[in-house]
Write a protein that binds this ligand. Sequence first.
Ligand code: CAA
Length: 722
Amino acid sequence: MATMVSEETGAPVHMDVEDGIAIIRLDQPGKPVNVISADLVTAMDDILRRLEEGEADASVRAAVILSEKKGTWIAGADIEQFKEFRTPADAEAASRAGQRLLDRLENLRVPVVAAIDGVALGGGLEVALACTYRIASDSPKTRLGLPEVNLGIVPGAGGTQRLPRLIGVRAALDLMLTGKQLDGRRARGAGIVDEVVPVAILPAVARQVANDLAEGRKEPRGAARRRSPQWMENLPGMRQLIFSKARQGVMSKTKGLYPAPLRLLEVVEKGLDRDLAEGLELEARAFGELAVTPEARSLVHLFFATTAAKNDPALGETAKPKKVDRIAVVGAGFMGAGIAAASAESGIRVRLKDVKPEAAAKGLKTARDTLIKRAKRKKARGFEITALTDRVEATTEYTGFHSADVVVEAVFEDVSLKQTVIRDVEAKIGAGTVLGSNTSTIPISTLAEAASRPENVIGLHFFSPVEKMPLLEIITHPGTAGWVTATSHAFGKQIGKTPIIVNDAPGFYANRILSPYMAEAALLLEEGVRMEEIDAAMTGWGYPVGPITLYDEVGLDVAQKAGKILAAAFADRMRPSSVLDRMVADGRQGRKNGRGFFTYDEDGKKGTPDESVYAVIGSPAAKTLPRAEIQERLGLMMVNEALRTLEEGVLRSARDGDVGAVLGIGFPPFRGGPFWYVDQTGAAAVLERMRALEARHGPRFAPAALLVERAASGERFFPDES
Ligand code: CAA
């Protein structure tokens, strides 16, 4: 007969005891995911105490931890609570509390099985690491990882110490430095979990394993690993080599601008030479110090800004989204193929159309190659890859378009061509299909003019390469129907993008703020500053690539065209530089034709800056500017333009502006986005710099009215977060 000890409802943790196995169920009331917040810690503390003292049931021989929330086991520490940390001591105390709890879990008198279905991230994985045995479900929602560096911190509940001891230093560093998330199968391959089983049998298997562990019939694989640590890593000099390589990798990726990964290396390296308790001390101190840094605060701001953009509650009020199972893409070029691949990867069937069979076939191959590459990286099996690639079909006709929920046109950037395509597509689709355009510059209202159902037309601006870039800029024109916007937003989210919705205006948001920044870089070239100095200044400010490299990547002809459109709209401050005209006239289009600001070898590999460029653009390349001056001219130019878009109503919120700048064009994440940057620097201080730039370089640096207003009022863009 089973012994049952049931708990009252409403608590975040419940425990039932059945045949000597304590089943601990996590389900935080009123929250979409389980997070380690104060109430959960208190409840776990109580349950551990009862298990320690044998109070719940002296016959308890083992325990299982399950989650009742679909899609989440534990999503980590409650990031909301990070905002409350005022001093390093506050954060350190929170870390120590978590560590103490997990120490008790690890040393419980009975074995504990973590039965993981859904995400186990950050503190969630740390809970699992303190368990005796870990079983993951094979659900695609099950993902394990320690993503703390992405929030500017290090794992703070034992992860920096337990993970390297369990799976080896190299593998643990790879996970912790990248924030990479592994599904159940890959987590088993890495040695993080002991078994992977189908979701339906997870609870039963966990119970069985708990019983076997209690009876001594089973031993966790992790324990076996701990006794024979990765022998290669213990060879003389090997560990130093691993850490020095990791440090080099971090420095080349972050330019030393992010303190967390460097601190992580220190904590792991020192911790390995000490016992667990001493390692945990180092970890808690690092967590405390990092959690209150400006970098961590900016990254936490971005986490919430991004989540809010994805879950935009304002949309629910407009209209319900339609379900998207099938899409069609017109134009099988690089962007079209990328949109097709990203959609197919998320389970959507795709018709990819181009005029010529060769173009359609090429696009199909590009999309399928992308899918195969990404699936292999995730260690997908052959039949899974076939199912993925089968989702994309190519065509030269509009066949199959009638059943598409969304059509995206991604043809050449030309108004009349795009309008013709819109007319042609409209003839083949019903009134319930969204008609999206992937234009980066043409006003959506101009495209909608060609449509007989303009309310179905919307801008779906993807960024290149589509499969990697996380932003989808959705552009509505005044007549766009609510359900079209809602469906576009849901579609973006479905394919793993973070959507922001902006109003129709030249350059929309992302290209609008990028354009004066790029133009300023071209002006610096005209003034005689060397290409590599401009790029180094901006990567040193935190951009992933410098503007000169970006010109080559985007294509000089494309940049020239976009520059002219924006210059026509904002003639007072975005005059097109002669640099691009001269480069394009010299046959230079950047990476795509192997001739740009940089040299390229036969395989298209980027070389050094091409010295002959200076003669082409008629610049002496003889001027040296302090790096800070270059950074200020370019950086503030973008920030100021972002503020203008909010004041003009292109952006709906400062939050969207931060998300769009960081995810769309690489604005340095540790600066939190242009609006967060103004809040942190102080609007008055930014205004002072803008005025100085305006006095020196002219009206293109005239401060946005919104900046002047915020400097006077002292009002912040994010009053609740600062
Ligand atoms: N803390 C607080 N809130 C969280 C949270 C967390 N760790 N994780 C998710 N949420 C909230 C989101 O803000 C969102 O809130 P709203 O409904 O109010 O918008 C809600 O939960 C749902 O989240 P998503 O919309 O993102 O849902 P999803 O299904 O797309 O993704 C997720 C779920 C994968 C868990 C994703 O939210 C995520 O990646 N969360 C962060 C995970 C993380 O970074 N964990 C580490 C935390 S740091 C830590 O744990 C330190 C330590 O060592 C102790």
